[in-house]
Design a protein around this ligand. Structure first.
Ligand SMILES: N[C@@H](CCC(=O)N[C@@H](CS)C(=O)NCC(=O)O)C(=O)O
Length: 321
């Protein structure tokens, strides 16, 4: 069993995901509309209009949930949470612990949402998905764009007046998000899904070079872009949270754990303890997902017991800077 795909609106439960050199390739997403504060894009920022489909296991989807939480958009944008494990039919809804079924469209599988948006849709069925309940379509399924919309377009609706994309830091934030994407966020997948030794080594080398770099940066400032929390930190956080429990073992990213880096470890705890963030973190969904959804990587699908990680301990980041 592997990951499936929709072809002309029909679900097919196997697809290839490497190139001829054994390198993992992440295809682009296809629904790329935007919501704007004034509605000029065709989708207006409003309460009780949009619904977010996510997995608590997926680092890309998790980011959108964190942004929704930090901005105080939880009452304005509803959410469904899929089962952690990807089976034959892809992402699935249920009442299992930590899940929220699809009370908006009553779908059983996430692919039904894609077909409802486009009867002839061909492509991957991924989380996150931002759904418009009025026009009954997918607005966007690219986490980076969903996060930006939540941050900049829902100002009058958001309960918390926090800005994670402040004008004076915008180019720095965008550059940082770009800089961590290939080596870190996608780097763990490049290492873990590689099917040749050289592709794996390429991924793992880039990953640890980048971690070493940011470890240094975080020695002299509290966050990636300076002394305030920004979008870029949310991007790094979801990879770091999964690292020691999953990527270190399952994806063979094992030169060092995050707990072995003094600055990255304090930083990870710092963001975990930021108001609203820990409620979005579910290590059980995360471990179930990775160890059971990739039988090519872990054929027995056994889920390890450990490690025991204390995310709640003192982070020391406020004293240091
Ligand atoms: N570019 C997307 C990537 C989303 C993505 O790859 N999600 C994964 C879960 S971590 C997924 O749904 N995979 C299912 C599949 O590939 O079939 C984003 O950042 O929103």
């Amino acid at each position: 069993m592997g990951l499936g795909v929709l072809i002309e609106g029909k679900w097919v439960s196997e697809r290839d995901q490497e190139d001829e050199k054994g390198r993992f390739v992440r295809p682009n997403t296809t629904f790329r509309s935007t919501i704007t504060a004034d509605g000029s894009s065709g989708f207006k920022a409003e309460s009780n209009l949009y619904h977010l489909y996510i997995s608590l296991a997926c680092p890309w989807a998790h980011r959108t949930l964190i942004m929704r939480q930090i901005k105080g958009l939880a009452d304005a944008i509803s959410v469904s949470i899929v089962e952690p494990v990807i089976e034959e039919q892809g992402w699935e809804f249920s009442n299992a612990p930590g899940c929220i079924p699809d009370f908006v469209n009553n779908a059983h599988y996430l692919w039904e949402i894609y077909v409802q948006a486009d009867r002839h849709y061909s492509g991957r069925v991924t989380v996150p998905v931002l759904w418009d309940t009025q026009t009954k379509t997918i607005v966007n399924n690219e986490s980076r764009e969903i996060i930006r919309m939540f941050d900049t377009e829902f100002g009058s609706i958001a309960r918390n007046k926090i800005d994670l994309y402040p004008t004076e830091l915008r180019s720095n934030i965008d550059q940082t998000i770009d800089a961590i994407y290939q080596p870190i966020n996608n780097g763990v997948y490049r290492a873990g899904f590689a099917t040749s030794q050289s592709a794996y080594e390429e991924g793992v080398t880039d990953l640890f070079e980048a971690l070493n770099h940011w470890e240094k940066v975080l020695g002299s400032q509290r966050y990636l872009c300076g002394d305030r929390l920004t979008e870029a930190d949310i991007y790094l956080f979801t990879t770091l949270l999964r690292f020691d429990a999953v990527y270190y073992v399952h994806f063979k990213c094992n030169l060092q754990r995050i707990v072995d880096y003094p600055n990255l470890w304090g930083y990870l705890r710092d963001i975990y303890q930021y108001p609203g963030v820990k409620e979005t973190c579910n290590l059980d969904h995360i471990k179930q997902h990775y160890y059971k959804s990739h039988p090519k990587v872990n054929p027995t699908r056994l889920v390890p017991k450990g490690p025991i990680i204390d995310f709640e301990g003192e982070h020391g980041r406020d004293r240091q800077h």
